[in-house]
Design a protein around this ligand. Structure first.
Ligand SMILES: [Zn+2]
Length: 142
């Protein structure tokens, strides 16, 4: 992990807050914005997009991640998530992000840009399930 500099973090914070304006949240009314910085410096943003079929909803963090991966990014340094209360990424998002490594700084902020938590994905998701488990020598025999 190469932690973002102060100016990079400021840019990510601004981007995460800005993208909450695009959140499609007719059900929860809980806007979330995410800004994910790739190792190559690119920043991918995402907001939550809800659906009348609730499970079809996608979180801001995964929106940012799938945008990044679809644009060829596979390594990430920093994730900033903006919510009104500094809310933390859900378990599904933690697991999906961990697919690309847990050495990612995670900064949780309010919509006013106040930092509530400055942590790592590794701290948020200990003992994450990895593809190591899928590569067991006897995989597929039971
Ligand atoms: Zn989530």
């Amino acid at each position: 992990m190469s932690p973002s500099s102060d100016s990079e973090l400021s840019r990510l914070i601004e981007a995460a807050i800005r993208v909450t304006e695009n959140a499609y949240i007719p059900y929860s009314h809980y806007p979330v914005g995410a800004a994910l910085q790739a190792a190559d410096g690119r920043v991918f943003t995402g907001c939550n997009v809800e659906n009348a079929s609730y499970p079809a909803t996608i979180c801001a963090e995964r929106t940012a991640l799938v945008k990044a991966v679809s644009e060829g990014a596979r390594q990430f340094t920093t994730l900033v998530v903006a919510t009104r209360d500094g809310g933390s990424p859900c378990g599904i998002c933690r697991q999906m992000l961990s697919e690309f490594g847990v050495d990612v700084r995670v900064v949780l902020i309010t919509l006013e840009g106040r930092i509530i938590h400055d942590t790592t994905l590794a701290a948020l998701l200990p003992l994450n399930f990895t593809n190591d488990s899928l590569n067991l020598p006897d995989n597929g025999t039971r």
